[in-house]
Write a protein that binds this ligand. Structure first.
Ligand code: SIN
Length: 463
């Protein structure tokens, strides 16, 4: 088996770089180093950890142009989105640099005069992370920053499609003064390294962003050593447009959530559920806005939609469109592809399907591409039923100007992240994560540091 990984530009199929695959021994050495360094990092005072994290954020911003270009080349997303992601990644470091100083314990009043009860927090230990290709910088800092802030050491395996951005981010952490053994990376096969992570007696926590099937395997494998797990898994976000919605706003925000990163995000709106009285107006506006999106190489000026990451993802998208059309869906836009199998690049034009129903695969399988299926509802509880009819529970969106409808939907949608008249709810200062098979735990916000901490209870008696 080759001991290198070939990193390709998905917009052209060209090879960008060959990088080494870590051997089993090298991965084990890295884990050992992270484990050995843990007590030292945990003892580094919180203000110092915060200062080092702040230095890292400065370095990331100083190198924004280089990181953004690298990200567009290996991931394909438009350069403006890559700039946005570098800033998004830095915002997690900013946030957790501050949270490092706010890891509070508490004192509980005892039921006798001779006792004191003290609760304190301590870092869980060495954290092993596996990060995805769709957000190579932000999904890493969303895990690394709270881990380091809490006093944990950290090791990451970046996705093999897009390792260069993650590696550069780690180098910048070292340049910022974060000790080499406090934050490390390893590269190689996801399955092999995942197994080494979950089997390792040195690792106390696994954190993963990726597919539900891989997440389930990691959870199972982590059970042998009862590791902590945070899982940010698949999604199949519904987007409900109520009868009283501002249709223009709904259409614009649907474009924002649906076509970000060519539809390759876990929180993309994947099922557009519109009240039957306004569906024609909504569909017309949605098509009008989506038509303006320019498709192409993300490095070219004005491009809004880049390529699909690889052939198998592209084929899944085409299968969903074909299945929907066969079962009666109408194509309002797109269903067009620019591909070259020999060169190995695959572009899918923004595609909008109407008259979609629950018999179609696209309503049940996660869509990781720029395809939006529209279906209709009459009564609100029908929309909720459709929306909740999924094993996933990551993100949901709804558009309404009626506060009663809004509160009803908020209370009844079984989703961890909800955007009300908002197609872009993600933020470093808010908890991101899903219900049901979309995951375990939250990343970001106050909640995002908790999974890296143990609670210790001290009872002092006989005073
Ligand atoms: C994801 O797709 O998993 C992350 C998207 C985000 O943070 O907004």
């Amino acid at each position: 088996m080759a001991n290198t990984i070939t990193v390709k530009n998905p917009a052209t199929g060209e090879v960008i770089k060959e990088i080494k695959k870590f051997s089993q021994e090298e991965v084990e050495t890295a884990l050992r180093k992270g484990f050995d360094y843990f007590p030292k990092w945990a003892k580094t005072n919180a203000h110092k950890r915060s200062e080092l994290l702040n230095n890292w954020a400065v370095k990331v911003r100083e190198n924004k142009a280089e990181l953004a270009k690298m990200m567009t080349m290996e991931n394909g997303k438009p350069l403006k989105e890559s700039y946005g992601e570098v800033e998004y990644a830095a915002s997690y470091i900013d946030w957790y640099a501050e949270e490092a100083k706010r890891i509070y314990g508490r004192m509980i009043p005892a039921n006798t005069e001779t006792k004191r009860i003290i609760i304190s927090k301590q870092p869980v230990g060495l954290v092993a992370a596996i990060t995805p290709w769709n957000f190579p910088a932000a999904m890493m800092t969303r895990k690394a920053a709270p881990a380091l802030a809490a006093g944990c050491t950290f090791i990451v395996k970046p996705a093999s499609e897009t390792p260069l951005t993650g590696i550069r981010m780690i180098e910048l952490a070292h340049e910022a003064g974060i000790p080499k053994d406090a934050i490390q990376y390893v590269t190689g096969s996801g399955k092999e390294i995942g197994d080494l992570f979950t089997d390792s007696k040195y690792v106390r926590k696994i954190t993963f962003t990726g597919s539900t099937s891989v997440g389930k395997q990691l959870i199972k494998n982590s059970a042998n050593t009862v590791k902590h797990v945070t899982m940010e898994l698949g999604g199949h976000a519904p987007l409900i447009v109520a009868k009283d919605a501002d249709v223009e706003l709904a259409a614009k925000e649907t474009v924002t959530t649906k076509f970000r990163n060519a539809g390759q995000t876990c929180v993309c709106a994947n099922r557009v559920i519109v009240h039957e009285d306004i569906v024609d107006e909504f569909a017309e506006k949605f098509v009008q806005f989506a038509k303006q999106l320019k498709i192409g190489n993300g490095l070219d000026k004005g491009v809004d939609i880049g390529p699909i990451i690889n052939k198998s993802s592209y084929e899944k998208i085409v299968d969903q469109i074909t299945d929907a059309k066969k079962k009666g869906a109408d194509v309002l836009l797109g269903d067009q592809f620019d591909t070259d199998e020999e060169k190995d690049y695959y572009f899918v034009h923004p595609t909008i399907l109407n008259n979609v129903n629950e018999d179609m695969d696209i309503m049940h399988e996660e869509t990781f591409g720029p395809v939006a299926p529209i279906t209709v509802f009459k009564e609100l509880d029908e929309a909720v039923k459709l929306a909740n009819n999924s094993p996933y529970g990551l993100a949901a969106y709804f558009f309404t100007n009626d506060y009663r409808t809004g509160i009803y939907l908020h209370e009844h949608l079984e989703y961890g992240i909800i955007g009300w008249n908002d197609g872009g709810p993600s933020a470093a200062h808010a908890p991101f994560g899903g219900m049901k098979e979309s995951g375990l735990g939250r990343e970001g916000g106050l909640e995002g540091i908790e999974p890296y901490l143990e609670t210790k209870y001290l009872s002092i008696g006989n005073l």
